[in-house]
Write a new protein. Structure first.
Length: 125
């Protein structure tokens, strides 16, 4: 699968007044908005949204962030389209973009960077 183009759909972060504790917990949720299967589908567009919630040790929300991208992709010769497998492959190819953008947003609100492993865990849903 080849990613042809990516456009930012949504990029937002909100932080409350709670101060971070020594241990922060991050919850990552991925939502795939994929086209339905169709005959002779060789190019398609989709939206992959990733929500990030950061909580302190008492499980109180410190910050929430969302990134969503419109992604335009093409299937390579011999590949077939499957909603879940295609979503996983697209995210596998783009997770570093999400990670970099989340870290930039976290820095803007004075929070520590997101470990890459926490976003990698979202590759397989």
């Amino acid at each position: 699968m080849k990613i042809d183009h990516i456009i930012t759909k949504e990029k937002s972060i909100s932080r409350n007044d709670l101060q971070p504790t020594s241990k922060l917990h991050m919850k990552v949720n991925r939502i795939n908005l994929m086209p339905p299967p169709a005959d002779n589908l060789d190019k398609f567009s989709c939206v992959i949204e990733v929500d990030l919630n950061i909580e302190n040790e008492e499980q109180k929300n410190i910050a929430s962030a969302r990134l969503a991208y419109f992604i335009f992709a093409s299937l390579e010769s011999g590949e077939s389209y499957d909603q879940d497998a295609s979503a996983n492959e697209i995210f596998r190819q783009t997770y570093l973009l999400y990670w970099q953008d989340f870290n930039s947003m976290l820095k803007d609100v004075n929070l520590p960077p997101l470990p890459v492993a926490s976003i990698q865990a979202s590759i397989k849903k």
